[in-house]
Design a protein around this ligand. Structure first.
Ligand SMILES: [Zn+2]
Ligand SMILES: [Zn+2]
Length: 268
């Protein structure tokens, strides 16, 4: 098993140094740990929840690369990021990502316009909008994140039904919308993340839902796996539940990445 989605103190809303996450992953018996903290962004976008470009260069990158050497033979440490899809920033993100020796980049949607819809502070805004339109707008962003940069901006689609985080559900079946989204994801040759953090949120459900996992299975889209740990104790959390879904919808295989090249491994 591997955990490809972890944060650390640099994003200002997670606890623990990078090394603490790696040590926890070794304790859990994981084969790989991906350091995938929130990406720096241009123009102070969402600055309170991420490192700066300066911190990326002076702290994040050298620390991850140093720890990769330190723990060689014990665990494979992957150098990664959780990137944001935000319309208008694609060129900046593409250039930034291409200049760095990442093993992979997760692509996530955390914003619909100015609305940070997964932030508990703004949860009341769900009530002020039409929930079906919110879902449609969200999936439109997911689709655009997959095709952004010619389909090469991101390698893994992160928590791809995050819009359900606080338990709001659409009033109609989104099957048709979802099928259109995952056709684009398939064409972009991305993996889709099983992210266990939803189980720790009000929705109490893994990302993505089994409805989406069935579509992913139908389209033969590869799976990836992450806990989205914001504290070291969350590394590998609820992977027994994820494992059952990987068996059922992914033939027991998950994606691993080196230098942004994907291969698949059988989980054990
Ligand atoms: Zn995220
Ligand atoms: Zn995350």
């Amino acid at each position: 098993m591997v955990d490809y989605h972890t944060h650390n103190v640099l994003c200002k809303h997670a606890d623990g140094e990078i090394e603490a996450y790696i040590l926890r992953a070794i304790d859990c018996g994981l084969k790989e740990i991906g350091c995938s903290d929130h990406s720096p962004m241009p123009n102070d976008f969402d600055a309170p929840h991420r490192m700066t470009v300066e911190q990326f260069s002076s702290v994040y990158k050298p620390t991850v690369l140093k720890l990769r050497e330190k723990y060689k033979g014990k665990i494979a440490v992957k150098f990664a990021l959780e990137g944001d899809f935000f319309p208008g920033t694609e060129e900046w993100v593409k250039n930034f990502n291409m200049q760095q020796p990442f093993d992979y980049v997760i692509g996530s949607v955390h914003y619909l316009g100015e609305w940070g819809f997964d932030n508990p502070i703004f949860v009341h805004k769900y009530e002020e909008r039409d929930i079906d339109q919110t879902y449609e707008l969200y999936y439109d962003h997911i689709k655009r994140s997959a095709s952004a940069g010619g389909g090469h901006l991101f390698d893994i689609l992160g928590h791809c039904d995050l819009v359900k985080k606080f338990g709001h559900r659409p009033t109609r079946n989104m099957e048709e919308v979802l099928r259109e989204v995952f056709k684009v994801v398939k064409a972009a040759d991305m993996a889709v993340e099983i992210n266990t953090s939803g189980l720790r949120k009000p929705v109490k459900e893994i990302y993505p839902s089994e409805q989406i996992l069935q579509i992913i299975h139908d389209y033969n889209i590869p799976l990836a796996l992450g806990s989205d740990a914001h504290s070291p104790g969350d590394v590998g959390r609820d992977f027994n539940i994820a494992r059952q879904l990987i068996e059922k919808y992914g033939g027991g295989k998950i994606s691993v990445f080196t230098n942004r090249q994907r291969s698949e491994v059988r989980i054990t």
